[in-house]
Write a protein that binds this ligand. Structure first.
Ligand SMILES: [Zn+2]
Length: 49
């Protein structure tokens, strides 16, 4: 599930909800582990494609 919020897209469905924000052409996720391309970014990328 992706829900637009004031901060960005909230991605739920995993263990925790994450906020994915877009800066120009670049997507960022607030995953704490520094994964460069996590499942949230993949989900949003597919959603926006
Ligand atoms: Zn993530």
């Amino acid at each position: 599930m992706m829900t637009p919020t004031a901060q960005g897209l909230m991605v739920t469905g995993g263990s925790e909800a994450r906020i994915v924000t877009r800066h120009g052409d670049v997507l960022y996720c607030d995953c704490p582990d520094g994964v460069q391309l996590c499942k949230h970014l993949l989900a949003v990328g597919l959603h926006l494609a």
